[in-house]
Design a protein around this ligand. Sequence first.
Ligand code: SAM
Length: 337
Amino acid sequence: MNKASLYYSFENIREKEIRMLIDGFGRKHNYLRVSVTERCNFRCQYCMPEKPFSWVPQEKLLSFEDMFEFIKVGIDEGIEKVRLTGGEPLLRKGLDTFIKMISDYAPNLDLALTTNAFLLEESAQKLKSAGLKRVNISLDSLKTEVAHKIAQKDVLGKVLRGIQKADEVGLKIKINCVPIKDVNDSELIDILEFCKGKGYEVRFIEYMENSHGNVKAGLSSQDIQNIIRKKYNFVKGERVGNSPSQNYFLDDGYKFGIIEPHLDDFCSDCNRLRITAEGFLIPCLYFEDALSIADAIKKKDIQEASNILKKVLQNKPEKNKWGSENNSDRAFYETGG
Ligand code: SAM
């Protein structure tokens, strides 16, 4: 390498350092979860009451153009992974165009979607062509009646066809499942085997208590492990990167995950920020304080949006406030989970 190119690469490194989003506790933030709507076509017992609330009025939602302006700010400041979520993100019209805007701006971005897959059969190809790379799909049961009971709607056939289509078009798939006592706990091995057979990673998520869902009890990580151990040997793997999922490996090498908020302390290496569909920037799921970037973005005041992003980051608590004062009562369907 000659002197000039050496100098150039140091400049690049310096530039990259300036652009990192570091909070008050030294944690690097490179992951933005974007909730594009809080509306959902399911009423999953663990997430949403059957008869909710009032939705955010349509006119208060950020347009995709405004969201994109903010995402660009994030990417320019160091965001490397964006996940679109909700509510149900496929309910929002024009999602493929939105994905294309983001993907064209940052082709190397890790661009993912979390969905219930109900509308995926008809949209998977468009989303993939627009630049989507990965999908995390909620699949809580493989039995028609149980899936119906959880989602409070007849969903299973369409969900399975959505998964199949996503696979066919080449989207990388992970499956999320929330085990609920006396509802789907007898199916965990079936779900694991379904995913193993298809080559998808499954992640069982411990039910997180909240005031919006209506579930008597979820299963702990230990409960989930006890069920799987009845049929399979497995070993615990290392935690990888900033993922909240604890990996486990069956004897044949198949990897499954358990997201263990009751056991684990994700906070020490948290790299996430969230933005709601109306533009609130949330530093932590279990922390009430948030700031809106909506006015700044609508005024095209990019500098102000960037200042708000940094203010929110500096205000992020070292540890979430789950179970304590200043915890947040925001619903998962607002924050995107
Ligand atoms: N509609 C999409 C879906 O169904 O995946 C995206 C939104 S959903 C709020 C995102 C994730 O949050 C899903 O994986 C869901 O299982 C999870 N989730 C929602 N409520 C939860 C709870 N109370 N405990 C644990 N996970 C929850």
